[in-house]
Design a protein around this ligand. Structure first.
Ligand SMILES: [Mg+2]
Length: 139
């Protein structure tokens, strides 16, 4: 199966970097959608079905925590695995995310290899899907 992914981040640079890391990590990557805040992410999710969501926390208009809360309350979206990518890695924040069923956390800036590691764990357990097993190296 091909894996469709939504990247949510207000930084165009981070979105581009994440997209590149995804292309290196997933052999049959499908559509990669982008949204720059939670509101636009929800609009996108209302029209497109995705297999995975990668989201930032600090964003204007609707932040990552609000977005996650809304996703978890919608039965058709609640089971989509979510990876959080953020500079906020406080213990308090991490336990809050864990409590909300977040599947993975990456601290910015991250190496493609770290994203790949989290992806392979999630995709294998959720979709029985393998990631590339070659070393993608650093950017
Ligand atoms: Mg941000």
């Amino acid at each position: 199966m091909s894996i469709d992914i939504l990247i949510v981040d207000d930084s165009i640079t981070i979105r581009a970097m994440t997209k590149k890391a995804l292309a290196l990590s997933i052999s049959d990557l499908g559509q990669v959608y982008e949204a720059e805040n939670g509101i636009l992410a929800l609009a996108r999710l209302a029209e497109k079905k995705v297999d995975l969501i990668i989201t930032d926390l600090n964003m204007p208009r609707m932040d990552g925590l609000q977005l996650i809360e809304k996703i978890k309350r919608q039965p058709n979206l609640a089971d989509i695995p979510i990876i959080v990518v953020s500079t906020d890695g406080s213990t308090e924040r991490l336990s809050e995310l864990e409590h909300q069923g977040i599947r993975g956390y990456l601290r910015k800036p991250f190496r493609p290899e770290q994203l790949k590691e989290i992806l392979s764990e999630i995709l294998e357990t959720t979709y029985d899907h393998q990631t590339h097993n070659t070393d993608v190296g650093d950017f």
